[in-house]
Design a protein around this ligand. Structure first.
Ligand code: ISE
Length: 334
């Protein structure tokens, strides 16, 4: 069976997904396209022979669309995702599921009414080989319990449209989800420290930030978020356990040595760094849709990450440790 996918949002992220589905992955095709920029939707759809819909609700309802891939702007996600739930169509939604925990609760309520999980959230790091090896090393137990995690999330630069809040709910949200998944527990409280800002930033940003994510059992996961570091897209994670540490290795397969020294290549952006993870995530989703089941992070995971982001924004304003307030987990996600 070929899964006919309708995509909502074909900016950089959406177009990268379209290219993967077309050239790298099996079992799926883009059947329909929607974007706020109609001309862009038409440009992407034309070589694929895909239909173009002027609005996302029409795309979701279209009979030729089996499943929906959402790669639009975060604030637009909730409307598309709830339309897909109402239509009973599987939906893979890029993060954030919704920009606030309240929006994610409304999405979970829609799934509860429909009585089925159809939502997958695009937290692609769960499909990255390195993070999976770290998870296996923790689970093996030989090094004891995890105590501290040191994360670094560095972007070379961000566009002027990037807002102060996005450091938390668009960038750090990746570590927030990854920590919940790696450590197998919820984050209970958040503090956000603001070091001296780099001068190479837009004045409306505090950059870098350092988050301290405190889990239910007391692990502290630090996250340096630095979105104007100039040199590369650099993601690091080191877990400190009782009898050793496990960390992501550097990404390059080769090391160059010359008169200037020894060095390996760094990646330029998230599509390069997480190309393998994005492909594995999308392939798993296509396979699951074909088999009629849900896979990957659920709406609950999207909600829990958003609740930590909400607390992170409060912590940024207060400078103190802010508790994460979670509702009781609905039965559908037990
Ligand atoms: C972007 O939306 C991402 O998801 C990237 O992984 C992250 O590094 C970047 O900071 C975000 O803006």
């Amino acid at each position: 069976m070929t899964v006919n996918i309708g995509i909502v949002g074909v900016g950089g992220m959406g177009q990268a997904h379209v290219a993967r589905i077309r050239t790298e992955l099996a079992g799926g095709r883009i059947a329909a396209v929607n974007d706020i920029d109609q001309a862009r939707a038409e440009r992407v759809a034309a070589p694929l022979g895909a239909a173009v819909y002027a609005d996302d609700a029409q795309l979701v309802a279209a009979p030729e669309v089996d499943a929906v891939l959402v790669a639009s702007f975060g604030p637009a996600h909730e409307a598309t995702v709830t339309a897909a739930i109402a239509a009973g169509k599987p939906v893979l939604c890029e993060k954030p599921l919704a920009p606030t925990a309240a929006g994610c609760v409304r999405i979970m309520e829609a799934e509860a009414r429909a009585g089925a999980k159809v939502v997958t959230v695009g937290f692609m790091r769960r499909f990255d080989r390195g993070y999976n090896e770290i998870k296996e090393a923790i689970a093996a137990g030989e090094l004891g319990r995890p105590l501290i995690v040191h994360n670094r999330h560095r972007n070379p630069t961000v566009p002027q449209s990037y807002t102060a809040d996005m450091a938390i709910n668009d960038t750090a949200i990746h570590e927030i989800d990854t920590m919940r998944w790696l450590l197998g527990e919820e984050i209970a409280a958040v503090r956000v420290d603001q070091p001296r800002p780099t001068s190479r930033r837009f004045p409306h940003l505090a950059d870098p930030l350092v988050l301290a994510l405190v889990t239910e059992s007391g692990v502290i996961a630090y996250d340096e978020v630095f979105v104007n570091i100039q040199y590369a897209y650099d993601i690091r994670c080191e877990v400190v356990l009782e009898a050793g540490t496990v960390a992501l290795a550097d990404q390059s397969a080769t090391v160059r040595r010359d008169a200037a020294g020894a060095r390996h290549r760094l990646t330029a952006d998230h599509n390069q760094r997480f190309g393998q993870a994005f492909a594995a995530e999308l392939q798993a989703w296509i396979n699951a849709v074909a088999a009629g089941r849900q896979t990957g992070p659920t709406a609950w995971d999207g909600y829990a990450a958003a609740a930590v982001c909400d607390a992170g924004l409060r912590a940024l304003a207060s400078g103190g440790l802010e508790p994460v307030e979670l509702i009781a987990k609905p039965a559908l996600y037990a």
